[in-house]
Design a protein around this ligand. Sequence first.
Ligand SMILES: [Zn+2]
Length: 412
Amino acid sequence: MQDTELYARLLNLGRGWRVREVRLDMSKDRVDVWVESTDDGTWLCAECKTAVALYDHTGEQLWRHLDTCQCRTYVHARLPRTACKEHGVRQVAAPWAGPRSGFTLLMESRLIDTLKECDVTGCSRLMRVSWDEGWGIVERAVRRGRERKPHRIPAYLGIDEKSFAKRHNYETLVCDLQRGTVEHVVDDRRQESLEAYYGQFSAEELAGVKAAAMDMWDPYIAATHAYVPQAKEKIVFDRYHVTRLVSEAVDKIRRQEHKMLAAQGDDRLKGTKFLWLANEENIPECRQVEFDAIRKANLRTGRAWAIKEALREFWNYTYRRCAEKFFLRWYFWATHSRLGPIIKAAKTLKAHLANILTYFKHRICNATAEGLNSKIQMVKEMACGFRNREHYKLAIYFHCGGLDLYPATVAS
Ligand SMILES: [Zn+2]
């Protein structure tokens, strides 16, 4: 087989195209392939797809293709232009590349595969492309995926805020809890942020929302009430946020008490922060004896911890009424504990109880979409280098959006 025929096959050139020349330059580890249109090609107007006459050819264009062994491989071609009576002069699409891409379809798909596995810096090293080229692929892929995405609102929503770049910048993420995808990312966590998402849908579509898990965050609650019919029965306060509220109260008490004890030369609470925050069964074995001793020492921290641990039982109930009874008993205990931060947390939970109890109907929380949170966390870690908020958002769509990212093959 001749090299020109080999590359014509490898590039899957259809009728109307051939490889004119292949040049190998071993000193540069580079293969250059010149493709040209054959005279007998019938060209379709890019707009209306009717057969039209050849007008002229563009200047030579260049596409990076998959490597040939160790050699970077480039495709060169002058693309035919047609003159349609209705649409004027148009460039014929190259069957091997998408519009305005500097890569062939196969190379673009391979870059997307690589970008799914590592960050842009890693991809640019492995694939020998520049960072900007790698990032350009991410942008194109997300744009393509979002254009193709069907217009629909998920039945089970997860609404969560994520901080960005260690500052007090937030993004609101709207997730599809059933598909485990991020549907929408919008700046800030204000009422308007979430309303920007809801606002895309008709009243009928919004009525299709069965439940929405979220933090006890007033702007999200208000936005959901404003847009989703029967929001009162559909809002489910996220289990994780409920637990965190009480854990934070325990931590506050520990800090206060440690300060007080340390002033008297008592260092028992030093270095114990994570022991009190962990679930009881997750206390490391090597610290169990130490932990048991301080727990039994009748410290305020120990009492707060016991109240926090007791609340875990709440989530094990099957029936809403039983869970409610349990909560009210727990609430009595918590509010009579004389532990300020615990009382405050318990009162917040009581005020939001109706939509904490909706959990027993819908059984959703933001961790329902398994793996989604760890994926978002991975993007956040990769995004440490991004000082740009738009980059962070695009990376979330790329990795967590469940989008069809790949270029479509061009019908020849
Ligand atoms: Zn036309």
